[in-house]
Design a protein around this ligand. Structure first.
Ligand SMILES: Cc1cc2nc3c(=O)[nH]c(=O)nc-3n(C[C@H](O)[C@H](O)[C@H](O)COP(=O)(O)OP(=O)(O)OC[C@H]3O[C@@H](n4cnc5c(N)ncnc54)[C@H](O)[C@@H]3O)c2cc1C
Length: 268
């Protein structure tokens, strides 16, 4: 396969190239894109490597929250003392992604732009109510994720990073698909101020906000509050790894354990 490889020095340059060639693709760590190219699921005519863009790098405390640049690798997030201090769930989530190689190359921006229905980052961004910042606008998580491998991004739009609120009251748990460590089902629960948000990944159709569980936990952040809270298996999809009913069951089990974990850590 023949394609043009370019490395922009500014975000505006990347945007201009995306406009110039509708078949161009942004390249982050290549952990999803290169596999798609190898399988001929994607045939870009130009690869625009985002590595050299300083605006897409860096982790910092900002506007009372935490900023993580789109090109930050999972490994750098997992190892960041600032992330561990301000939003420890994100370090824990990033540490559990794939294996060492995936974590070194895979990025926050690539993961959320790809919006794989079994990915971990969408759960973290959704549960914390993060804001995705692009070269032209700010998108709340609820507006950013639009479905299976689908987001609100325009074809020429570049994710710069995500702004997260800070909280200690959050936890992510997944039941791993043993070969890839993607989530067979994964649940992120977060309390930010008085608001509780719950996101479920791995159900098959994109990241899902479990509002019945949110309402139950809003009344009382305790596993007992979830008694009778059942995820409708109709929301999930079955495949060779797990049936829809098993995925829905896992969501409820993981949810209770995640809440238990939050309570236990807040007593320490
Ligand atoms: C074996 C294996 C196991 C994995 N296990 C897990 C797991 O357990 N949990 C999990 O969450 N993920 C997992 N992943 C996914 C991995 O974590 C990567 O984050 C994901 O594949 C995206 O890769 P990347 O960041 O290299 O982006 P790329 O592959 O480079 O890009 C992915 C897509 O995003 C677009 N893109 C990239 N950056 C931007 C940007 N800044 N703005 C707009 N669009 C952009 C690209 O054009 C492309 O369409 C696994 C992957 C593999 C191969």
């Amino acid at each position: 396969m023949d394609f043009d490889y370019r490395r922009p020095a500014r975000v505006a340059e990347a945007v201009a190239w995306l406009r110039e060639d509708p078949e161009a693709k942004l390249l982050a760590g290549g952990q999803s894109l290169l596999a798609a190219i190898n399988l001929r699921l994607s045939e870009p005519t130009m690869l625009i490597d985002l590595q050299a863009l300083p605006e897409l790098n860096g982790i910092r405390a900002q506007e009372g929250g935490l900023w993580i640049g789109a090109m930050c690798s999972h490994a750098s997030v997992a190892a960041s003392p600032l992330v561990r201090q301000l939003a420890p769930m994100l370090a824990q989530l990033a540490h559990g992604i794939g294996d060492q190689q995936i974590r070194q190359r895979g990025t926050l921006g690539g993961s959320i732009a790809n919006a794989d229905p079994a990915a971990c980052w969408p759960a973290g961004v959704m549960a914390l109510g993060g804001t995705v910042c692009t070269d032209r606008r700010q998108l709340p998580a609820d507006e950013f994720f639009t479905g299976l491998f689908s987001t609100a991004l325009e074809p020429d739009e570049v994710v710069l990073g995500v702004q997260f609120p800070c909280t200690q009251q959050a936890h992510y748990l997944k039941f791993e698909q043993p070969a890839s460590r993607f989530a067979m089902t994964g649940v992120a629960v977060a309390q930010v101020g008085s608001v509780v948000r719950v996101a479920v990944t791995g159900l098959g159709s994109g990241i899902y906000r479990w509002q019945a569980a949110e309402q139950a936990l809003q009344r009382r952040l305790a596993p007992e509050a979830l008694l009778g809270c059942v995820l409708d298996a109709g929301i999930a999809m079955g495949d060779i790894h797990a049936s829809a009913a098993f995925r829905a069951h896992l969501a409820a089990v993981l949810m209770r354990r995640a809440v238990q974990h939050i309570l236990k850590s807040s007593k320490l």
